[in-house]
Structures are given as C-alpha cells and as structure tokens.
Design a protein around this ligand. Structure first.
Ligand code: GAR
Length: 216
C-alpha cells in the first residue's frame, strides 16, 4: 500500500521532525517524509533533513507581502513533493483560513501542553506559574486559531515541585517524540475519524485515542 506522504513544516531545532524521520525509516511504518520546509534559514531541522537525505526547502516568510502569498508558496512546494498531510513540527507561523481551505483536515500540529490549556508561547513557564500538577503534549488537527483543533492524542506528564521550564520541557519533549509518530501512524492507517468536532480513533482500546502515560 502507498505510504502517506508527509510535508513537515519547521522553524528551528527539528527534534520532532527527527522523531518522524526515524519512525518513517521503519520499513513497516505507513508514512514517509516527502519534504521538509522551514520558514527560517540555517536552522538545525534543515540539517537533520539533509543528513537523512530528504528534500528540504527554505521558504522565508519575510520575503512576502502578506501571509496568503507566503502560504501559496508553501502549498506549491508541498504539492511539488506530493505531500498528502502537512505536519507542523515546531512551525512558528500562524496559518490563515485560506491555507486550511487548501488542506482541509490535512494539517496537524504538536504542542507542548494538554490543549486546550496553554496554547501559544512560553508554555512550560505558564504551567509552572499556574501551579499545575500535570501537563503534557497534544497532537491535533490544526485550525486557523493558534494551537486549536480536534485532539488526536495526548500524553500526560506530572509536574515535579522542583521543575524549571527547562526540566519540564525536556520531559514533555520525550513524550512529544513518542506521540507524534503514533498520531501519524493512526492517520496513515485510516483509523482517525472526525465526528462532531471530536476525533475517534478506531482500533485502540483507549476511548477517543487519549493516551495517558502513568509512568510520567
Ligand atoms: C516543540 O516542543 C513543539 O511542541 C513546540 O515547539 C517545539 C519545537 O521543537 N510547538 C509549539 O509550541 C507550537 N505552538 P522541535 O523543533 O525540536 O520539534
């Protein structure tokens, strides 16, 4: 069966990209990375793509008069590489409604919190300031609102009393690298269904596809 072709959008380090690359290197994995696009030049994620022998393209958002023309070029590059699904992996640009019209329910994102709590930036700092006992990460279908959309999978991470934003980020990131490939696998296997604005995942014992990691 044809593998699902991923267009991965990044802006920086690319550790989630790396997790996807490594998952896709598994012969039985039902997806492959078709291309990597960064809106920022010289980032580590582009090096990771090159090291894996994958096509990478830099589309600097600064070169466009408006978001729509930037996004039209993203779409051109994605189509040129035969992408089926757009995976935002630390892609730090807001995408407008016209991009989502081009890619209906075909854009997913990873965010380092248990959405809908703490969308946006400086997540771990805000989690600590709020005194949360648990945080985590979420893979979800993207919508034009920042870090919003139907949840595909989440992993929970306990907050420790001595956590700093950095220690928390590190433990959450480990879970991000686990759940992003899993979400892609479920999508590629056709097991992810949108019903009434919520995601149902067939073939998992876990209702709604939520994944809690009791071991933390
Ligand atoms: C990740 O923690 C990802 O969840 C977050 O940016 C980081 C990118 O790291 N994304 C967001 O905050 C989206 N709102 P990476 O480049 O090493 O994958």
């Amino acid at each position: 069966m044809a593998r699902l072709r991923l267009g991965v959008l990044i802006s920086g380090r690319g550790s989630n990209l790396q997790a996807l690359i490594e998952a896709c290197q598994g012969l039985a994995f039902p997806a492959e990375v078709a291309c990597v696009i960064s809106n920022v030049r010289g980032v580590q994620g582009i090096e990771r793509a090159r090291a894996a022998g994958l096509p990478s393209v830099v589309v600097p958002h600064t070169g466009y008069p408006d978001r729509e023309s930037f996004e039209a070029d993203l779409t051109r590059v994605l189509y040129a590489h035969g992408a089926d699904l757009v995976c935002n992996a630390g892609f730090m640009r807001i995408l407008t409604a016209s991009f989502f019209e081009e890619w209906p329910d075909r854009v997913i994102n990873i965010h380092p919190s248990l959405l809908p709590a703490f969308p946006g930036l400086r997540t771990h700092e805000r989690v600590l300031a709020a005194g949360c006992r648990f945080t985590g990460c979420t893979v979800h279908f993207s919508r034009p609102e920042v870090d919003a959309g139907p949840i595909i999978i989440q992993a929970a991470v306990p907050v420790r009393p001595d956590d700093t934003p950095d220690t928390l980020a590190e433990r959450v990131l480990t879970e991000e690298h686990r759940i992003y490939p899993l979400a892609v696998r479920w999508l590629a296997e056709g097991r992810v269904h949108l019903e009434g604005g919520r995601v149902l995942v067939s073939g998992t014992e876990i209702p709604g596809g939520a994944l809690v990691n009791p071991a933390g």
